[in-house]
Design a protein around this ligand. Structure first.
Ligand SMILES: C[C@@H]1O[C@H](OP(=O)(O)OP(=O)(O)OC[C@H]2O[C@@H](n3ccc(=O)[nH]c3=O)[C@H](O)[C@@H]2O)[C@H](O)[C@H](O)[C@H]1O
Length: 382
């Protein structure tokens, strides 16, 4: 990933020329391009930070001056295993020990010469407005924390629930998936996918798939290598696994039309890494969640899911995050089969009225456009 950021930094000259020539009213950017804002400010162009993630992750990062200067007094993993001191309400949202190394590492400089913390801190500090993919209706408290941290407009863009595009995928991909789903009972299938970036260890994959098999629950497993992985990266399925689960489950080894699968009536639950887009999609269709977080904001989002009774976390070893096939079996059976799991389905259905409310989230976008049109440029000496 660092080489991608280094390549991205190489765009500075070209983008400067583009901005000088085109003079847009706004530059709306993600976290990596820490060098854009000074160029935009010099040219009288307003700056916005679009955060694809949610408010609790932004709130956890803290005040930008501390992020940029590295003066944040949180330096050990244990410092991130409790809610930040600027969160004044009762919550269990914090990293667990096996997740905390990632956020400690994010403050270390990479080969590009910059840390992710520095990048996101600079972009947020120099932005005139921060735009999280978030909405008050689902979770208002953490948005208030972000507003109090940054003393600048925080304009939630809503959850931007994607809409299923029927003709989006080639039929040779969607037809066999649809046919298998059509052959399953309504709400019986657990969809299992870990996003586009997670690479489980060989042991994690082995325990996960044995757990799927032993649960006896029909499953659709997406087992694809993230693009950053090299051929030798091992993701081997247990010997004979695919033969043994014929009739119970499908293992798909390339990109899938996730949104279409989640929208199919045979899917009744989602085992997810807690990538924010996947959570938005899973809850848009009212699926109870079985969470298996890995890094970045996954763990915090998983805590929110549990706090709101939208699903359960697969029990993990606190130190190394390992888990067993039996913990996978028990989690899947609880959510998919047992009476105790019905509350998760009911809560997920309730929340889908928010996540899937395109009119509500359309109003957030309208509000954002109105802000862009009416906002006067703020020249800050950067
Ligand atoms: C920086 C990090 O980016 C991460 O992206 P990641 O791809 O892991 O997960 P998602 O947000 O679910 O995004 C994955 C997206 O890819 C789609 N998809 C994925 C696999 C596939 O086979 N087919 C698909 O259609 C899926 O529907 C979703 O929209 C997370 O955001 C995390 O919150 C953030 O911190």
């Amino acid at each position: 990933m660092d080489s991608l950021k280094k390549a991205f930094d190489g765009l500075e000259t070209g983008l400067t020329r583009f901005l000088e020539d085109s003079r847009p009213d706004w530059v709306i950017q993600d976290f990596a391009s820490h060098w854009v804002s000074p160029i935009a400010a010099r040219l009288g162009i307003s700056r916005a930070f679009f955060c694809i993630m949610n408010a609790w992750f932004l709130a956890f990062l803290g005040p930008t001056n501390a992020i940029i200067s590295g003066s944040d007094d949180r330096i050990k993993p244990e410092d991130f295993m409790v809610p930040p001191k600027w969160v004044k309400f009762e919550t269990k949202v914090a990293y667990r020990r096996f997740e905390a190394d990632w956020i400690v590492g994010s403050s270390q400089n990479e080969d590009s010469g910059f840390s992710d913390f520095y990048r996101v801190g600079k972009v947020m500090f120099e932005a005139e407005v921060i735009l999280p993919r978030h909405c008050y209706e689902f979770e208002p408290d953490w948005l208030t924390v972000v507003e109090e941290l940054h003393h600048k407009p925080i304009i939630p863009l809503g959850l931007m629930p994607p809409e299923v595009q029927e003709d989006e995928d080639p039929d040779e991909i969607w037809a066999p998936i649809r046919n298998w789903l059509d052959s399953q009972n309504k709400g019986s299938v657990v969809y299992v996918a870990l996003g586009s970036e997670v690479m489980p260890s060989q042991h994690q994959l082995t325990e996960l798939v044995h757990g799927l098999e032993l649960s006896g629950v029909p499953f659709f497993l997406v087992q694809r290598k993230p693009s950053r992985c090299i051929e030798s990266d091992s993701m081997k399925l247990p010997d004979g696994f695919e033969e043994r689960v014929t009739g119970q489950g499908i293992v798909w080894k390339s990109w899938v039309p996730q949104l279409k699968i989640l929208s199919h009536e045979s899917v009744g639950g989602f085992l997810t890494h807690c990538g924010w887009s996947s959570i938005v999609e899973g809850l848009t269709f009212g699926h109870p969640l079985i969470t298996l977080p890995f890094f970045v904001d996954h763990g915090l989002t998983s805590r929110i899911i549990v706090e709101k009774q939208l699903g359960i976390e697969i029990p993990r070893d606190e130190q190394d995050g390992s888990f067993t096939r039996n913990s996978v079996v028990n989690s899947i059976k609880l959510v998919m089969l047992e009476d105790d799991g019905k509350k998760f389905k009911e809560r997920a259905k309730e929340v889908s009225a928010i996540f899937g409310n395109t009119e509500l989230h359309g109003r957030y976008i309208d509000n954002f456009v109105e802000f862009l049109e009416n906002h006067k440029y703020v020249n800050k000496d950067i």
